[in-house]
Design a protein around this ligand. Structure first.
Ligand code: GLY
Length: 381
């Protein structure tokens, strides 16, 4: 893995320099914001409107990654401010959902692990117990969203939230958090990950016994297709469960989903489309699926044979280089770093509004992947 990375060191260092230059500016400029996308090049702001939105931890999380890697206090100040701004969401318990992992483990969880701040640990425990309470004992899954009609829904994305539960067990020694995370991971291997390595986005379970009522297409093309960001969540989420729980089957799930991602992403020169099995035209890209998967591949590479490690590392770098060349913006007149993210398959007018836009987690995962390539060992998940 190290040899492969060394071959690309010039690109890694040059890209890192551009990223640090850009983010050290936006960290100060957008300190009072929690951005999701940009409008005419300016970060928008979720503070005061939609504070319980699932992506609100990525900005703060990215600031912690940059602080950890550079020691620049401006990043730390923005990360801490972002955590304070997010406190308003803690007061809206009924509006919370399973994405409390994305929201707090990347902000308060990172703060606590990097600085030992006890108030941040308390916030993260609150998030962990919220996620824990969403486990349906009879149906054996963590419920994604609220509302009667969605009582049976689990979504593949949740594999990225459950590291919060592993953390809670590690921190207080109560293994029930970890057990629920493992139950959910094993449900995902059974009900979300298909035999060929593609994934179901939404599974609608029975709520009073173990069983699947039906599968929904969710943000992908349809219920039989493969939404690429959902697959990215499976790749990275599965290897994270392997890292935290150590079961070999989880690493196998990560490799199986990773192999499917790579095989399909290659067909469009490593620029992932929104859905890998949707009609080939029109072509709709989603940069975020690629950068998240690249992070997963770089973690998988640490736990496999030398030959496989070389393969996964090279493929991660192919994805990141394609993203850098086609989707990244390093200019000052645009606050976002990674362009061309897509919220969902654009079947509808609402879907088309979220087509080919910058989305904050695109920036986050591009930065996280570069941190890994720079040899930073801090695993924020
Ligand atoms: N977690 C929702 C999404 O990936 O858009």
């Amino acid at each position: 893995m190290k040899n492969v990375i060394a071959q690309h060191q010039n690109w890694i260092d040059a890209t890192w320099e551009k990223v640090d230059k850009k983010l050290s500016r936006t960290a100060v400029k957008s300190r009072e914001k929690i951005p999701y996308t940009t409008v005419n090049g300016e970060h928008d702001n979720r503070v005061g409107k939609g504070i319980t939105w699932w992506t609100n931890g990525f900005w703060g999380g990215m600031m912690w990654l940059m602080y950890e890697a550079t020691g620049n206090e401006e990043y730390r100040k923005t990360a801490e401010r972002s955590e304070e701004l997010l406190d308003d969401a803690l007061r809206q318990y009924k509006a919370l959902h399973h994405d409390v992992g994305f929201m707090w483990h990347l902000t308060s969880g990172a703060n606590y692990r990097l600085t030992g701040n006890e108030a941040s640990a308390v916030r993260n425990f609150f998030a962990a117990t919220t996620l824990f309470s969403r486990y349906n004992i009879d149906g054996d899954f963590i419920r994604a969203w609220n509302g009667e009609a969605q009582a049976g829904y689990s979504i593949i994305d949740c594999l990225m939230n459950i590291p919060l539960l592993y953390w809670a067990t590690d921190e207080i020694g109560d293994d029930r958090f970890k057990k629920i995370a493992m139950r959910h991971m094993e449900m995902a291997m059974r009900d979300h990950i298909r035999p060929d390595g593609s994934v179901n986005h939404i599974v609608n379970h029975e709520v009073d016994k173990v069983g699947v009522q039906n599968i929904l297409g969710g943000q992908g093309y349809d219920e039989t297709s493969c939404w690429s960001r959902g697959l990215a969540w499976a790749v990275y989420g599965s290897v994270l469960s392997y890292i935290h729980a150590g079961k070999e089957e989880y690493l196998e799930a990560a490799k199986k989903t990773a192999d499917y991602f790579i095989e399909h992403c290659k067909k469009t020169d490593y620029l992932p489309v929104v859905d890998f099995t949707a009609p080939e035209t029109p072509v709709y890209y989603d940069s975020t699926a690629g950068v998240c998967t690249a992070c997963g591949l770089l973690e998988i590479a640490k736990y496999v044979s030398e030959e496989e490690a070389k393969y996964y590392t090279e493929e991660a770098i192919n994805i990141l280089k394609a993203c850098d060349e086609h989707f990244c913006n390093y200019e000052e007149d645009e606050d976002a770093l990674v362009l061309m993210g897509t919220e969902r398959y654009p079947h509808t007018e609402a879907g088309r509004r979220g087509l080919h836009i910058p989305i904050i987690y695109g920036d986050f995962f591009f930065v996280e992947a570069l941190c890994k390539l720079k040899g930073r060992e801090f695993l924020i998940w």
